[in-house]
Structures are given as structure tokens and as C-alpha cells.
Design a protein around this ligand. Sequence first.
Ligand code: XUL
Length: 539
Amino acid sequence: MKSKQRTAKKEPFFLGLDSSTQSLKATLLDGSLNILQKLTVNFDTDLPGFKTQGGVHRGADGLTVTAPTLMWCAALDLLLEKARKADWPLGEVVAISGSGQQHGSVWFARGGERLLRKLDPRQSLERHMAHAFSFADSPIWMDSSTTAQCRALEKALGGPQAVAALTGSRAYERFTGNQIAKRFQQDPKRYRATEHISLVSSFVASLLMGDYAPIDAADGAGMNLMNIRSRKWAGSALKATAPGLAGKLGSIVPSHAAVGRIHQWFVRRYGFNKACAVIAFSGDNPNSLAGLRLQKAGDVAISLGTSDTVFGSLAQPRPSAEEGHIFANPVEPRGYMALICYKNGSLTRDHVRDAVAGGSWSRFAELVEKAPVGNNGCIGFFIREPEITPPILRTGISRFDGEGRPLDRFRPEVEARAVLESQFLSMRLHGGNVGIHPVSILATGGASVDASVVRVMCDVLGVPVYTGDQADSASLGAAYRALHGWHCLKRKKFVPFAEVMAGAPAFHKAAEPDKAAHAVYTGILKQFAALEKRVIEGK
Ligand code: XUL
């Protein structure tokens, strides 16, 4: 830390927190967008008393997954303790924002608000909040125990597409509303004794400000309860979920809103400045969008990992019951973001690479080069894992020749090219279906360093591809949003995110599309969609 320089300039600092599944992280940023320091509390190893594995407890039914809420209180204390020991300039932090794993919920008992307001600096957060909750465990995004409640919501609102059109996604097991419906049905008495329900994001903000923090629109979109267009609670969804819910959820605010000032507890214990603003916390995916600076409609990231994820900003969403999610955009109050996820990502690409190229990426790239762009119309569907985009439950590889006739196998070079073309054609097709029309792509994740992967991605999608992994993008995005919210607060109006990000380091351009190759893929897309339909239907 350049402490001399700091004292001379009195530079403002910004703090981004990320309460994720396995850890609580912090990123310290200065006003010139430099990342100064990072810190992590790992739940399993730093807080072993809570006996979590990967930050969670799994139920005996194999479907229920929760986390102990008090662990998150203890983690915040420990993280700030580490920051103080590391001499972070907490007194000069002018704004804090944060990220929370999406969909998880925190259940406050009656009297919760009073406890928050009277946080006692002589006590740890864990001790002070020991009796604050009506349920000691928070259901989180890995929980898949609410299928019955999902079907009931869809039935009440007129089917999956109607739920998607209203809330941005069809009913999903992990979405908070369905988790709330389950708890109400299983334990109506405790539900009624619940004063307030927060998301993980708004919960951490509530601790910091010592009051119930509102839910922000971007994370609120992951509940199946918010009208995705008006960004207000959808009355029909609330009614179908549980009685008296509006009063337990509080209001929804834009993600850049300042929701309060830091509570005395943090001033007294850790030396924060009492003027430090708390900017609305949001979900991890919206924060990653901010961390990767996908700020204009058409800015898209493709993360190539165990699963592949496509997400980005868009102006005109097309919510779909079959594909992905539409959330409110965290940095553009009228905008949207979309997210689609594929189960078949790197493991599937690696499987084909192993089969045709003996495990070597360079040999695989040579094979891809050998086959013509568009593979003479040969198309394959590589379903190693049951796929969610689109839903294809039956695993296996389906191959077709240029006339749409099934084939048992492709030549190695055709097979190598087919797996890449198929994955990116699918992103073009299904991304387009929900309104993702890329203007530029940021490729991240392990496979984004492979030249043949980037080449095919670039030509199929037809826009420049940039690379540059941004580690801890959710925590960094939270720090960026703290800075953004602070500028909006200071100037008493919405300031475009791009304006405050102007000095951020540029990403590296890795590929420009080849127009002729892109035209070949445009010509194939219809046939790809028709064959995919056959694979889904098992014909
Ligand atoms: C998104 C989702 C996960 C969680 C945890 O819908 O369930 O990405 O946000 O990371």
C-alpha cells in the first residue's frame, strides 16, 4: 500500500464484497480504478465450526441445500478483522457495495430489525445476531427440492411461458419465490413468525447499514416474483407463493441506489468513516457483468468452463421458458441482462479432443484447420451431460451429413470442427432467441486461450472477440458498482456506468471475424435449428 502518497492525496477508496457459495471476498479499489488489495475468508477452512463442505450443508434427501446464516455474519467480522490487520484504509472508504450468490434467502424472526438497528460494538456480529433468524439455515441456489412449488406457480400463472414473460424466467427450483412457497407450506407457523426475508446480497447490505436493506432489481429478478419490466413485485406471483409476502420483502431499488450509511458498529469496531455510503448489493452474475464492464447493449461475455455461460447486456429482452434467464441490468436502470448456461462445456470439448487428438490442443487445432468452415454441412450434437439449453435429457453424440442424414461417425477433422461449430451455433441460436445480439464478445475461462476455439467462436458469432480473464469478477464488479453508485449519489443523478469506467484497462483483441466464414454459418443456422429439434424429439 502506498501510504505516503495516499495521505498526501486523500484519495477515496471503494470496497466490493462478494458473499459467494464457498467464501466471502473483498476487493479494495482506488478512485482511479486500480485494484489495490484482495482478501478472502473461506467458509470451510476459516470457520470450521459451522461444519460446511464447500460452504453448504446438504440434506438427506439429496435435493435440499442450505448454508448456516450465522456463518455469513461471522465471515463478515473475520474479513474486516483481516482487512484491519492488513492495514487497509477502512476510514477512507467512501462507498461499499457487494455481491451475493443469487437466489439464496435469509429469514429474520420478529424483532430482527430492532436487533440490526441496535448492533452492539462490544459483541461480535455472530453473537449479536444469534437469535435474529426464524430459520437458522438459508436455502441457496444449489437447492433443487421445490419442483412441486414450481409446477404450482406455473399452473397458477398460466404456464411456463407466462411465468417467463412476467418474471424473466420460467419457474426454477432454486429461485427464491419457490423456496419461500416450500417453507410456507411445510411450516406455516414459522413463516408467519418471519418478519422479513432478504436475499444473500441484501442481507449483507443489511448488516452493514444496521437496517433492512432493499432488494435491488437485478438480483430481485432471480426470484420468480418480480415483474421484469416494471421492476416491481408481481402481485399475481406473490399471491401464488405465500400470504402476506409483500410486507416481508420490502421494496425494490435500482442497483446503483445508495441504500444507507454504514452503521456505528463498523465505525467503532473497524474505524470506518460514518459517512461511508452503502450502495445496493446485487447478485453474483449481475456483479460479474459490471466487473467485466459489459455496459452497452450487445456487450457479451462467453465463459468457457466446466459449464459454458453466455451473458450480456441487452435492450430488448425476449424471456423464454426454454432458454436462460432475463435479469434487470445492474448498471443501466432501464436495461436488461440475459444469462444462458450450458451443461456441456469444457468436459465435452476435452472428450472430443482426447478421442481425435490424443489429448493435445495443438493437434486438435490442426484438425479443425483441415476441415472446411461449415464442415460441408456436417453437424453434430455432443451431449455428454443432460443439457439444459435446450433441454436434451438423452445423452450421446448425434451426427448428420449435409443432407441431414444420420451418420455413425465423422472423420477426425470433421469431428473436431463439429464440436466447436455446434456449441457456438447453439449460442448464436439460443442467445438470439432471448434477445442477445452480440456487438463484441469477451471470452473468459480456461478454453478461451485456445486459438481454434476463439476462431470458430468469432466467425460463428460474427463480431470481434476480446480475451482477458478478470479473476474475482463479482467482487471487482461490486467495487466498480460502489464507485458508480457513489458518483450517482454525489451528483444527485444517474451517471452512465461507461463514464465512470472510462479509465479502466482495455481488454486484448484476440480475433476479428472473417466475413465469408460468418456468411457460411448464417446459411447453416436454419438447418442446425431443424436438426436440433430432431435430437430433442429423439427422431
Ligand atoms: C445463477 C445461479 C448461480 C448462482 C451462484 O442463476 O444459480 O450462478 O448465482 O453462483
